[in-house]
Design a protein. Structure first.
Lengths: 385, 400
């Protein structure tokens, strides 16, 4: 048992941190978030061209780096610290995971190749507008017409949905409910009948879109797995993405903690730094506790995610690990963001200081892919029913 | 990162589990799940016999080096031992203070004679120890020790005077390790000595403290010209604080996974109750049980990080270790509250008069001590802020 980063993993993390502090400082985040696209094309090109991060856990056979989920999680943590504005979470944590879990060899070869080449971004659309992020959130439908499939319906909260080249969409057989009837389809954004609209969000640093399928017709090559039997695969993709998102939350926790300790160490009131007051120290101590506990949760979940991709002995723990991590990290990040804003005092309330960017991110990440209560109820069902 | 144990370690796990299954039977059957924190007053005589049974099987001091009679187990194997021990419901160890605190201190700081004199009795499970640190005026401010030790030249012995408090198992113990002031003019961390004192002598009086549970496992210990042989001071006079603090470094979290197995047993009982009385259908209770479950899982992962982490060269605790006490103590306290809320009005009803508490009732009351002993939550937050985050230290007070 060795529950710590290897030297190589530490190097990957440190390299990521150094690069991100260069390309994603506060000014860069603020430039990108003010645009509809949500990222600067030049930054994404550097990520793809110089760092090859889009290929981090794509198998080498498909032109990727072939690294594991622990490396991906280490990187997501750093991206969360810097609020990276780039289609990384959508393309890698949603798109690549979906292709790896549910894509055929031919689909992987085609689409993963383009993603690795930096030519394509991707995302996943499944939620029709529910705070319940399970199968019942899927309201769009598919039906067979000869050799073809026709998709109809609406999706909300689609990360980078208005800029992605490839949409992985979930839909259900007409009349089906719950986990039955779910199909997964690969739909290029340019397909006739696909409508993608930017949804302006409070957290401007992560873009969301509404997506509509207006009788979109796709061929057999767009079908992932067996239409109607795809819930299990989709659930796995969502759990994998949830773990990556939780890692991003931990990065946010750490950054807020560091910012808060630094600020309270400089701010003087009553002739002493406010960091010298126990009321402030104890809040900071609680922030550190939450950050470290959250970190323990995502490191374990990362190991489980890796085993889930390799069908290792811990693969069966994926669902629980995702819910344990996301429930804790969601609540921790928001609590820390609120406390941080409080300890910054008046300037924490301004647009100029960065605290509000993390405060807003904390709420958006909390609800994306299910909030703490949603994930605890998932755990409760397994324990109590 | 690698989460699994090696095949050799898994074989070791089987060996431990099998031994416990074969031996925790007959006269020991009734000791299952007994004698842990909050229940230490139960079956002391039977648990002393059990301690010797463990010793016969070579299951005491498993982490000690072989040259001192230990089993020389790796960290992984120690983790496995403590996990299996708790999983089997084996009773709270009467020898844990000797094995976990007194012994490692003597191994690290003691003389060859002290090792020869004291270690075999701990390994054999025949000599029990208690800890004399806290005093009425030295709680969170542990260095404010007033107990005095003066060397009597004519008798060639140290004479100890003062009072210790919160000493668990004092009335069952053969020896006590005590920090006392060797320099009467000294204050705080300076001028202390670390003494190994026999309990069976007229100068020592043990008085039980009746606790919130109505039971007594803690004691007050009064020293009135109690003696200690000249050879039984560990380190030099004045080095007591260094020796006492050295103890903290021995706790690398190995036993924490066993402690968590006990927490898991308690949570399982709460879940059983919730399923049988319908509380499992209450959405608020469901959330709280799921939260307790999730955080206990993470507690385990956090311990795995602690065990895998490299200790810094200055012996400073890693961040995940710094927060651990505050985390588990607060979690455990919440579990007590959850247990009562799952039981509902039934939580009030005792098993019998005058004050026979059920397991969950006893747990609920006793866990209030978790956030107080071993550094209160408030002291823990000071430590985390100062050592973990580098925030300013608390100013020293001037009150007399």
């Amino acid at each position: 048992m060795e529950f710590a980063f290897t030297e190589e993993q530490e190097m990957i993390r440190d390299t990521a941190a150094a690069f991100l502090s260069e390309i994603s400082d506060s000014a860069a985040v603020r430039r990108a978030m003010a645009t509809e696209q949500g990222y600067e094309a030049a930054v994404w090109q550097r990520i793809c061209g110089e760092m090859y991060w889009q290929a981090i856990h794509v198998p080498e056979a498909h032109g990727g780096l072939g690294l594991g989920y622990v490396e991906l999680v280490a990187m997501m943590e750093q991206m969360g610290r810097q609020l990276l504005c780039a289609p990384f979470f959508s393309t890698v944590c949603l798109g690549v995971n979906a292709l790896r879990v549910a894509g055929s060899e031919a689909q992987q070869a085609l689409w993963l190749g383009q993603i690795c080449a930096g030519e394509l971004t991707a995302t996943l659309a499944f939620n029709g507008g529910s705070s319940h992020w399970g199968a019942q959130a899927i309201t769009a439908t598919w039906r067979r017409e000869g050799d073809q499939f026709v998709l109809d319906g609406e999706y909300r909260y689609v990360i980078d949905g208005h800029t992605s080249g490839l949409l992985v969409v979930a839909a259900r057989a007409e009349g089906s409910t719950g986990e039955d009837g779910i199909g997964l389809f690969l739909v290029p954004a340019t397909t006739a009948g696909v409508e993608c609209n930017w949804l302006p969000t409070m957290d401007q640093a992560r873009k969301q879109a509404g997506v509509r399928m207006n009788s979109v017709t796709v061929g057999a090559d767009a079908v992932m797995g067996e239409p109607g039997q795809c819930w299990e695969a989709l659930a796995k993709v969502i759990d994998l993405a949830t773990i990556a998102l939780a890692a991003e939350q931990v990065g946010g926790c750490q950054q807020l903690l560091d910012m808060t300790v630094a600020y309270t160490g400089e701010r003087v009131q009553f002739n002493r730094t406010i960091a010298s007051y126990q009321a402030v120290k104890h809040k900071a101590a609680d922030m550190m506790l939450k950050t470290e506990v959250a970190r323990s949760a995502i490191y374990y979940a990362a190991c489980v995610a890796q085993e889930a991709l390799e069908d290792g002995p811990l693969a069966g723990e994926l669902r629980e690990a995702a819910s344990v991590a996301k429930s804790y990290c969601s609540d921790a990040f928001f609590a820390i963001a609120g406390d941080s804003l409080q300890l910054f005092g008046g300037v924490g309330f301004t647009w100029e200081y960065d605290v509000h960017l993390y405060f807003k991110r904390a709420k958006s990440s909390e609800h994306l892919l299910g909030n703490g209560a949603f994930h605890r109820e998932r755990l409760a069902r397994a324990l109590l029913d | 990162m690698k989460l699994s144990f090696s095949p050799e370690d898994e074989l070791f796990r089987e060996e431990v589990a099998t031994w416990l299954q074969d031996n925790l039977t007959g006269e020991f059957e009734k000791l299952k799940y007994r004698g842990g924190p909050g229940d230490e007053h139960m079956f002391p005589d039977e648990r002393k016999v059990w301690e010797q049974k463990l010793a016969e099987g070579g299951w005491t001091c498993v982490g000690w080096p072989r040259e001192y009679g230990g089993r020389g187990c790796s960290i992984e194997q120690q983790v496995i031992f403590f996990e299996e021990y708790a999983r089997a419901g084996a009773p709270g160890r009467v020898g844990h203070i000797g094995e976990g605190l007194a012994g490692p201190t003597i191994i690290a700081f003691g003389t060859a004679e002290q090792k020869k004199k004291y270690l075999p009795g701990i390994v054999a499970g025949t000599e029990l120890w208690c800890q004399g640190y806290s005093e009425p005026g030295a709680g969170s401010d542990l260095a404010n020790v007033k107990t005095k030790a003066r060397f009597d030249e004519s008798r060639g012995k140290w004479l100890i005077n003062g009072q210790k408090v919160w000493t668990s198992l004092a009335h069952e113990s053969d020896f006590c390790f005590v920090i006392a002031r060797t320099d009467p003019e000294s204050v705080a961390h300076k001028g202390l000595g670390f003494f190994l004192i026999g309990m069976d002598q007229p100068g020592i009086e043990v008085r039980p403290i009746e606790q919130i549970t109505g039971t007594s496992e803690f004691n007050e210990v009064f020293f009135d010209e109690a003696y200690c042989d000249a050879d039984d001071i560990v380190g030099a006079p004045g080095d007591g604080w260094k020796v006492a603090m050295g103890l903290l470094g021995f706790e690398r979290g190995v036993s924490t996974l066993g402690q968590q197995m006990q927490f898991q047993n308690e949570l399982d009982e709460v879940v059983r109750q919730a399923r049988s009385n319908g509380a499992a259908g209450d959405p608020v209770i469901r959330q709280r049980i799921a939260r307790a479950h999730a955080e206990l899982k993470i507690m385990r992962y956090n311990s795995m990080r602690m065990l895998s982490g490299q200790s810094a060269s200055d012996g400073a605790l890693q961040k995940e270790a710094l927060i651990y006490k505050l985390f588990w103590a607060t979690w455990h306290r919440s579990l007590g509250e959850l247990a009562m809320d799952v039981l509902g009005p039934e939580c009030e009803i005792l098993e019998g008069a005058p004050y026979a508490l059920s397991r969950l009732q006893s747990m609920y009351l006793f866990v209030r001590s978790d956030t107080i002993y071993g550094g209160t939550n408030q002291i823990q937050r000071n430590i985390i802020a100062e050592r973990g985050l580098g925030m300013p230290r608390e100013p020293k007070g001037t009150a007399k």
